[in-house]
Design a protein around this ligand. Structure first.
Ligand SMILES: NC(=O)c1ccc[n+]([C@@H]2O[C@H](COP(=O)([O-])OP(=O)(O)OC[C@H]3O[C@@H](n4cnc5c(N)ncnc54)[C@H](OP(=O)(O)O)[C@@H]3O)[C@@H](O)[C@H]2O)c1
Length: 246
């Protein structure tokens, strides 16, 4: 038996980047997979195909994290189509950079809704369907703990808020043997933050290991938390950033 045989995982933002790597890793470990996407339908279909080639079932659901009712419905749809729900990974995210003097309320709300409100909505819907051994894993950021440059009001606030949500979920769900944890990546080579981007050298200069992480590095930690070995880890913030915050 592989570690996640007979488990079902629901991953928001599973069409690209870190979420896609998590979908593939959890499938490799034996889980059936539901992913969400907003615009990258072709990429989402590629991930579904890759999961199926691993011998697991997969579905992709188009749902915007801004639409709470649709997100709740997507969690229920995954449970209905795949038969159960064991692992929720809140990975969908957007980068937003603006300083407090020009950041609009609309942009602040958008980032908070996509990262924080949607993670609450998905966790509430998923927890109602999970049994003992359930896992809620949210992808935060090392920028939720240390803010090393200006322009991060919306992004850093939202990722820091995910830590509070995670701790509260851990307290609410622990008696049901459901864990909740936050994984905080640092610079990771994806469309959001390419290793050859304009600001990449500055990021590398902050790191103890001066290179970008790969999405599969983050996926490995998520898989550990999702597996049996992670059963007593809850309410934890796990930073995986090549030592940038050290
Ligand atoms: N890359 C980094 O350096 C880094 C560092 C720390 C934390 N993170 C966090 O890691 C997570 C994944 O980031 P990434 O680097 O993999 O980004 P990415 O490559 O840009 O992928 C973003 C994913 O989120 C989805 N998404 C975007 N807006 C959405 C919305 N409104 N509703 C639902 N899904 C939405 C995208 O779907 P579509 O393509 O279909 O739109 C895509 O699947 C994010 O939470 C990010 O904040 C990333």
């Amino acid at each position: 038996m592989s570690r996640l045989d007979n488990k079902v995982a629901f991953i928001t933002g599973g069409s690209r980047g870190i979420g896609a790597a998590i979908a593939l890793k959890l499938a490799e470990d034996g889980a059936d997979i539901a992913i969400t996407f907003t615009s990258a339908a072709g990429k989402a279909a590629e991930i579904v195909g890759a999961v199926e080639r691993l011998g697991r079932r997969a579905i992709a659901i188009k749902v915007d994290n801004l639409d709470a009712a649709a997100l709740e419905a997507a969690v229920n749809e995954a449970h209905h189509k795949l038969g159960r729900l064991d692992i929720l990974v809140n990975s969908a995210g957007v980068y937003s950079m603006d300083t407090v003097d020009t950041l609009t309320l609309e942009e602040f709300d958008r980032v908070m809704f996509i990262h924080v409100r949607a993670s609450f909505v998905a966790a509430k819907a998923a927890a109602a369907l999970m049994g003992p051994g359930g896992r809620v894993i949210s992808i935060g950021s090392n920028l939720g703990e240390i803010v090393p440059f200006p322009g991060l009001v919306a992004y850093a606030t939202s990722k820091a808020a995910l830590t509070g949500l995670t701790k509260a979920l851990a307290r609410d769900l622990g008696s049901r043997e459901i864990t909740a944890n936050i994984v905080q990546p640092g610079s990771t080579d994806t469309d959001m933050n390419p290793a050859n981007g304009d600001h990449a050298d500055g990021q590398r200069a902050r790191m103890a290991i001066p290179r970008f992480g790969q999405a599969k590095d983050i996926a490995g930690l998520v898989a550990f938390l999702a597996g049996e070995e992670g059963r007593f880890i809850t309410g934890a913030s796990l930073t995986i950033d090549g030592g940038a915050n050290a």
